[in-house]
Design a protein around this ligand. Structure first.
Ligand SMILES: O=c1ccn([C@H]2C[C@H](O)[C@@H](COP(=O)(O)OP(=O)(O)OP(=O)(O)O)O2)c(=O)[nH]1
Ligand SMILES: [Mg+2]
Length: 147
């Protein structure tokens, strides 16, 4: 797939979000905060990034957690994956929550989450009185067993 151009205004003092390796799906994004934030256990916070985007119509950016932060510190995005609409022109913020039992600190410039660009299809409803039969039918929520 060809690279997609996305407009960005960076009001932070940090570098633009970047892919950490050539094959990375996500671009790591950094906290842009005047002072460190310490989250108590189960506390959540909206972390500013200083970034403003102009995403082409038909695309979105997802804000996803970083597995290292989640595994080591219990820090994750509460609304994962966060949705950045193509028409959103406000500041990108990350909703972090501390799911560990200890306080966790975020410092200015820390890579707190990652952005993934995704194409978004637009649906058109087709109202139907009856839906077609399928192998699964209405079975769900563990219907196929545990293994
Ligand atoms: O992690 C996130 C999620 C959302 N947003 C911004 C961009 C997005 O386009 C907007 C709205 O997000 P969403 O649709 O998830 O929230 P909502 O509660 O439905 O708000 P709205 O009524 O404004 O759509 O908030 C972020 O900055 N970070
Ligand atoms: Mg919304």
């Amino acid at each position: 797939m060809a690279n997609m151009q996305v407009g960005i205004k960076n009001t932070s003092k940090h570098p633009l979000p970047a892919y950490a390796t050539t094959g990375a799906s996500g671009l790591d994004i950094r906290a842009n905060i005047a002072e460190s934030i310490t989250l108590k256990s189960l506390e959540r916070v909206l972390v500013p990034t200083g970034l403003f985007l102009e995403i082409p119509d038909g695309w979105e950016i997802q804000i996803r957690p970083r597995s290292g932060l989640a595994a080591k510190q219990g820090l994750t995005c509460l609304n994962t994956p966060g949705t950045i609409d193509s028409d959103y022109r406000g500041e990108i913020k990350v909703i972090l929550v501390n799911l560990s039992n200890e306080p966790q600190t975020i410092n200015d410039g820390d890579r707190i989450a990652q952005m993934v660009l995704q194409e978004v299809g637009k649906l058109e409803w087709v109202s139907q009185d009856e839906l077609s039969a399928s192998e699964r039918g209405a079975g769900g929520f563990g219907h196929t067993g545990k293994q």
